[in-house]
Design a binder for this molecule. Structure first.
Ligand SMILES: [Zn+2]
Ligand SMILES: [Zn+2]
Ligand SMILES: [Zn+2]
Ligand SMILES: [Zn+2]
Length: 480
């Protein structure tokens, strides 16, 4: 490079750019044909004249930013890793998703003419999705496991969309009660790219966008092969007809003291009775014990809408994502029940339809599994619990948080069977009064506790809860 003033390589005299004359076209053409090597990727025999193109379009090692850079995606990395990044980038614009879905619905008119009656399983499934929609105002969004599993070929990338009957669109007469649209994403992408595409759509569905869908009266959205949806619907029906798959953990139901030894594989960590909670089965994947051999049980408190979506669909919903840089889980269900982690939801009469027949408050906790190798470390509680306060009689406060290895992903999705932590069930606690009055919750009052909703989702103002405690008001757990 010639800077403004530099010594000539032959005679050592200082020359400045002004003293130089430009080379002839002939010489320039000769230079363009020189073969050079890219020092970034080591590729040789590159034409010097094409070097800019190599850097701008091909070189796998050059550092590039994400196409969603204008959307504030901070990612910069080697071009090599870009495809991978895009598959998990959440900064891709939501309007793209809307356009994509709109395009899909438009192209589906042929399918809409089908007047085939839907199965019992399918129908009851949609009823549940509508329930979710009526409570939250958002569609219930789910995705097939195939989309995440790189070992399964994704043969079709369908979107199935349910629109509530009251929405005034032409297709509403197709199925009684509601319109179910089925559409294939219109292109001839390779299986891999289909996965990428669906993942991208799925991951860019923000809370805000879900609300927008809700306004469009979309109550249900499924992504993936329709066969897979049928599998889930069948599974749901089976669970409902066989409630023994679900468990109640308390003295008169399923109960044990200390670590459980029943011969089942739960990795190398002890499994204590999650007393006071009801467990809802969840479809995770076929061959569960084969895939998750040696994985241990842990818990993760969650928002009401996440829990409800699981409860109603039996599927992990979109949006249960944890930002990397330390994902936390706990072996103690009692620790996870703190309102900082598990939202306390007052059940009002509009919720008291099918699912919560009685009860005043409700909480959800995700039952998860993690492989011991994915537990980076065990840590002390992070709720400023006062010395001498017991959170869980089975587990020391010093070891009550597990930091899960996020494998350098910026976002870990509980839906992804390749994730370092997966969700296997849903724990529910319905109570006839505020759960802060339960004996096992008294440690909350020796820890951080507030009623600022973004911090502790207490579901009541702290003063009235304290008042009830002064009056020694009681709270009971409702199991049926
Ligand atoms: Zn010279
Ligand atoms: Zn290169
Ligand atoms: Zn990005
Ligand atoms: Zn708080």
């Amino acid at each position: 490079m010639i800077t403004n003033c530099a010594p000539c390589p032959r005679c050592g005299k200082l020359v400045s750019v002004n003293n130089l004359s430009s080379i002839s076209d002939t010489l320039n053409n000769m230079l363009r044909k020189l073969r050079i090597e890219c020092t970034l990727c080591g590729q040789t025999e590159l034409l010097r004249g094409n070097f800019d193109d190599h850097i701008n379009q091909e070189c796998p090692n050059v550092r590039v930013s994400c196409p969603a850079m204008n959307n504030k995606c901070p990612w910069i990395g080697q071009r090599n890793d870009l495809k991978n990044h895009i598959s998990t980038c959440v900064f891709h614009q939501p309007p793209l998703v809307v356009a994509e879905i709109a395009a899909a619905t438009k192209l589906s008119t042929k399918d809409l003419l089908s007047k085939q009656p839907i199965s019992f399983e399918e129908k009851s499934y949609y009823e549940e999705c509508k329930e979710y929609y009526h409570i939250t105002g958002k569609p219930l969004i789910s995705i097939a496991e195939e989309v995440f599993d790189n070992n399964i070929e994704l043969k079709s990338s369908s979107l199935k969309i349910g629109i509530d009957e009251e929405y005034d669109i032409v297709v509403k007469q197709i199925q009684v009660g509601s319109s179910i649209l089925e559409a294939e994403i219109p292109d001839k992408l390779e299986s891999n790219d289909k996965q990428l595409r669906l993942k991208m759509i799925y991951q860019s569905i923000t809370d805000k966008l879900q609300e927008e869908f809700g306004k469009m009266k979309i109550f249900f959205l499924f992504m993936g092969p329709i066969k897979s949806l049928f599998k889930i619907q069948k599974y749901r029906t089976e669970i409902k007809l066989n409630p023994q798959y679900n468990r109640i953990y308390d003295r008169d139901y399923n109960y044990w003291e200390g670590p459980l030894h029943d011969g089942r594989d739960r990795g190398n960590k002890p499994y204590y009775c999650p007393i006071g909670w009801k467990r809802c089965s969840l479809y995770v994947t076929d061959k569960f014990y084969e895939k998750f051999k040696g994985w241990c049980i842990c818990y993760h408190g969650t928002k009401f809408s996440n829990g409800l979506s699981i409860l109603l669909s039996g599927l992990k919903p979109a949006g249960i994502k944890v930002y990397g840089d330390g994902i936390y889980a706990t072996p103690s269900v009692n620790y996870a029940s703190h309102p900082r982690y598990s939202e306390i939801m007052p059940i009002d009469s509009s919720h008291q339809k099918t699912f919560f027949k009685s009860g005043k408050y409700l909480q959800f906790i995700l039952e998860c599994r993690v492989h011991p190798n994915n537990i980076k470390q065990t840590d002390k509680e992070t709720l400023s619990v006062k010395d001498g306060t017991t959170i869980d009689s089975n587990i020391k406060n010093e070891d009550i948080e597990w930091v899960i290895d996020d494998r350098n992903k910026t976002i870990v999705d509980f839906n992804d069977p390749d994730s370092s932590i997966i969700c296997t069930g849903l724990l529910i606690r319905v109570t006839d009064n505020h759960p802060g009055l339960l004996p096992q919750s008294q440690w909350w009052f020796n820890s951080h506790l507030c009623d600022y909703k973004k911090c502790c989702a207490l579901g009541i103002d702290l003063d009235s809860l304290e008042g009830q405690r002064q009056h020694e008001n009681k709270c009971n757990i409702i199991y049926e």
